[in-house]
Design a protein around this ligand. Structure first.
Ligand code: ADP
Ligand code: ZN
Ligand code: ZN
Length: 655
């Protein structure tokens, strides 16, 4: 027998192998085959025939091992094909996302006791019951995409927990996707309390042992709740009944390295292939999602108001143009007063600034030299706690010097602007008796460290937490009553097409931390431009109006979701060679009338990790045409060994 095998290597095509004497093999079988000169590879059988259809130029090698118990079903193979076609990633690498590694698939898994719900019964309120029934009807009747919208604290999680409970009772599997690993500990705890058993966690930081168990439980079709990051959507579920994408608007769902894909979008594709419903849950559904609701492609259900019945926090703007902030101070009098008030009443406060470290720029006041990374086009960020300068793009560490490294003068180095560390310092000066904590990806970089900070804040070991966006998501602090936003304008500087949407969402998510249980919260927002439309619509809480307005704009300029985009990034150590190849690439095929081409241009982040980067951007009304065009383009010009070409279908970042 001859088998066409797709191996977990960057190839689209299959390779032919023959079976050994008594091997029995089926389409979908996971196998190990010799590959290339060095190692064997795992792969999957795509096709079987009695005679060799390939030309006889090569000697046909034999399959080494057939993992008899492992047969990927048709749905999974279809998913792999679909993803490879859409993202233009080599099919073999998509397969690798499913099979992970040989250790995991070859694990001998013994069936475990099934999860039995010992549910701590929660009574849903009237709105929640409505939403739950709405979703349940879809689960039973017609598998659709359902948008579950509701402000933070409105009780969305409890609603989809109830739907998940029914899935588990029906002995099916549920997948709950989260945008960030940091959110897993809290939801894990909640599931344990709610269902009486732990969910299976799936993300890059769990142990190989845990991965083995979860992978095989999914494969065996056991009734599990999997809580996972992006990659969980590739798990080999045999019996999936429901997918929930929590915080569906979150940009972290877009995977940016290795294979580029949008996990929410692929989760929707998976739900279609599995013929099961999917819930997209968010306080701030994305523009793309809203557009699908308006077009009636997605269903929409809303929870109004917080579960606690409390009014949403009171929001006030602080116009920084009218504030006379002293040099090297960033917190306005109003916020300082409010903090004092809040802590004296034994409540807690959060200051939000989306900037890690102490200061985003160090320069010499004598010669004007700005400290920058030698490998990247970016300034170095000063980190006081770790006493170093750090490049946030490549991670290179530089020492802090006392003399200017350019003009050698002494005592002339100035730190420009604040990060969370510097704000914390300002707070400690103003309130020496308050306990000030910091939360950013520098100190909250493992689930355990996050747990610790959250715990310290929950148990009031911290009065004021200064945090980046890492804390804007999903956390619940009953005693937090005041939130101060230090720089509402920061996010708008990037200026890409999603900056406004992102800023609005962040403001809403951050504000949503205040006043969730006991009393109405209060939010102060510092801005230099209080009349900006995005800030005004946020104050008015008219999200629908805001979204309609943005969509009209996107339509006018023919931007997604009213067109499709694909970006190509070409990077290499030689500027000339990279530029020359980029030009050659685009000139290698004729322009097509349905496809707009922009570039090649120097990327905003021109130098990254020592590589020069050029960008191309294509736009079209047809995804199919765009993909054909991109494929043709890439296949036409072989890439020189020193360069790297990345295809980004539906790009979200443009740096
Ligand atoms: P969301 O997911 O919309 O942010 P959550 O589901 O986390 O909201 O609910 C916010 C808070 O209210 C949580 O502490 C949750 O336990 C509580 N809560 C929500 N619904 C109920 C309910 N029906 N009964 C008791 N507590 C509830
Ligand atoms: Zn100098
Ligand atoms: Zn760098």
């Amino acid at each position: 027998m001859y088998c066409k095998v797709l191996v977990t290597k960057p190839f689209d095509k299959t390779f032919t192998y023959k079976t050994k004497n008594n091997m029995k093999v089926k389409v979908g079988n996971v196998v190990r085959v010799p590959f290339g000169s060095r190692k064997s590879q795992v792969g999957v059988v795509y096709d079987i025939s009695d005679n060799n259809i390939e030309s006889n130029k090569f000697t046909i090698k034999e399959i080494e091992i057939i993992y008899n118990k492992l047969i990927l079903n048709k749905k999974l193979l279809k998913l792999i094909d679909w993803i490879a076609n859409y993202t233009l990633a080599p099919k073999g690498l998509v397969l690798k996302l499913v099979l992970v590694n040989e250790n995991i698939i070859s694990h001998k898994y013994l069936q475990d006791k099934h999860n039995i719900i010992r549910s701590n019964k929660i009574k849903l309120n009237i709105e929640q019951i409505k939403a739950y029934h709405f979703i349940e009807k879809e689960i039973i009747n017609s598998p659709s995409t359902i948008v579950l919208e509701g402000v933070t604290g409105s009780g969305k999680t409890e609603v989809f927990f109830k739907n998940i409970e029914n899935i588990i009772n029906a002995k099916k599997q549920a997948l709950l996707m989260l945008p960030e690993i940091s959110l897993t500990p809290q939801i894990e705890k909640r599931i344990k309390e709610r269902f009486g058993f732990s969910p299976n966690i799936w993300h890059s930081k769990i142990t190989e042992k845990q991965k083995k168990i979860t992978w095989h439980k999914c494969f065996a079709g056991e009734p599990v709740i999997v809580v996972g990051a992006r990659s969980s959507l590739f798990l080999p579920f045999k019996n999936l009944g429901l997918i929930v994408v929590d915080e569906e608007h979150d940009l972290s769902y877009k995977q940016e390295d290795n294979i580029r894909y949008h996990a929410r979008d692929l989760a929707i594709v998976r739900s279609k292939i599995e013929k099961i419903p999917i819930i997209l849950s968010s306080a701030t559904p994305s523009l793309e999602t809203y557009n699908n609701v308006f077009k009636k492609k997605f269903l929409h259900v809303n929870l109004f108001g917080q579960y606690s019945g409390l009014e949403l926090p009171k929001i006030e703007l602080i116009n920084l143009q009218k504030e006379n902030l002293k040099t090297n101070q960033w917190i306005s009098v109003n916020i300082l007063n409010e903090l004092k008030n809040c802590i004296e009443k034994k409540e807690q406060a959060l200051l939000f600034l989306n900037r890690r470290g102490y200061s985003p720029l160090m320069l010499c006041s004598n010669c004007g030299y700005r400290y920058h990374c030698e490998q990247c086009s970016s300034w170095l960020v000063m980190h006081q706690n770790k006493k170093r300068l750090l490049c946030h793009h490549c991670g290179t560490i530089y020492p802090i010097e006392s003399n200017c490294s350019n003009c050698k003068s002494h005592d002339t180095l100035k730190l420009i602007g604040p990060g969370v560390e510097r704000l914390a310092e300002e707070l400690k000066e103003k309130f020496p008796n308050f306990k000030v904590g910091i939360m950013s990806s520098d100190n909250a970089n493992t689930p355990n460290k996050i747990k610790k900070i959250i715990e310290n804040f929950s148990t009031k070991k911290i009065d004021i937490l200064v945090a980046t966006q890492i804390m804007a998501k999903g956390y619940h602090f009953p005693n937090l009553s005041f939130v101060g936003v230090i720089d509402a304008d920061a996010g708008l500087l990037g200026g890409d097409m999603r900056a406004i949407e992102r800023t609005y969402n962040l403001l809403q998510q951050v504000s949503g931390r205040a006043g969730r249980t006991k009393k109405r919260g209060k939010v102060y927002i510092q801005t230099y431009f209080p009349n900006q439309p995005v800030i005004q619509s946020f104050i008015k809480r008219d999200r629908e109006d805001f979204v309609q307005h943005l969509l009209l704009e996107r339509k006018k300029f023919n931007m997604p979701p009213f067109s499709f985009m694909t970006a190509i990034i070409i990077a290499g150590p030689s500027k000339i060679k990279t530029e020359t190849f980029s030009l050659k690439l685009i000139n290698s095929i004729k322009p097509e009338k349905d496809i707009d081409v922009l570039g090649p241009v120097e990327a905003p982040l021109f130098l990254l990790r020592g590589k020069y980067r050029y960008r191309l951007l294509f736009k079209s009304k047809s995804r199919k045409k765009l993909n054909l065009y991109t494929k043709k383009l890439v296949n036409n010009s072989p890439i020189p060994g020193s360069l790297r070409l990345t295809i980004d279908v539906d790009p979200y970042t443009f740096v």
